[in-house]
Design a protein around this ligand. Sequence first.
Ligand SMILES: NC(=O)c1ccc[n+]([C@@H]2O[C@H](COP(=O)([O-])OP(=O)(O)OC[C@H]3O[C@@H](n4cnc5c(N)ncnc54)[C@H](O)[C@@H]3O)[C@@H](O)[C@H]2O)c1
Length: 236
Amino acid sequence: MKTADNISEFTIYRLSIYKRCLEQLERENMKTVSSKEFASRFGLNSAQVRKDLAFFGEFGIRGMGYPIGTLKEQIMLILGLTDSVNGMKRWKTVVIGAGRLGAALLRSQDFLSAGFDLIAAFDKTPETSDYARQASSGLFESPVPVYPLKQLEETIQSASADMAILAVPVEEAQEMTNRLVNAGITAILNFVPIQLIVPSAVKVRTVDVVAELQCLAYHLHSEKLRLQAQLPKDAA
Ligand SMILES: NC(=O)c1ccc[n+]([C@@H]2O[C@H](COP(=O)([O-])OP(=O)(O)OC[C@H]3O[C@@H](n4cnc5c(N)ncnc54)[C@H](O)[C@@H]3O)[C@@H](O)[C@H]2O)c1
């Protein structure tokens, strides 16, 4: 089996998708699945699926396909969601900016079930932040504490936080990134529409909804151009 070091970023992303699909098959009590069946069931490219799964070696059973539970376990090991000694691994995550977006992320239960513990949030104005105001309603069972920025470094280090989610205004993003890196954070999920500058040892993944919409706009636009090009000249 290959290690996480020599798998491309795109493959790693697809593995996370495959894991979700395998969980769905498990819920349907399926035990094995062929790469072809798996691809057609979830609208995936079967050659790509075969190529990606080849990273895990030859543990597909000839004529029966892949054992679903074992494949999922292997993917979880590769993704660092479990380790072979302690089982399920938890990743301590902090959220920077507890405004509208930060509050929505902090309210979500999806992170917990996926292995990510949101242990703390930080905000320039913690008491009046959206999340702190929502939490003060008493509706959340165990609200995530929102700390002032002066406690950032100490809290991150004493809690041994692993990663950070960035949801601050654009003009604050680089400075907060520098502080996170200096505090020892080496993995950042960035929601801010800005290209962050970080040392090579720090991994940043940016979620950019506008860029995604622009990709869709491009596809709609190019399809329209393609259809126009097919029209007879006088109908165009
Ligand atoms: N990627 C996406 O899909 C997506 C979607 C929505 C918003 N965003 C981006 O996320 C960011 C937050 O958006 P929002 O709508 O939640 O804004 P918001 O104004 O509601 O919240 C921003 C929060 O950050 C706090 N803040 C300001 N400076 C800070 C600092 N230095 N450190 C910590 N906290 C600080 C503010 O007090 C506020 O609570 C923006 O950059 C926005 O462009 C991205």
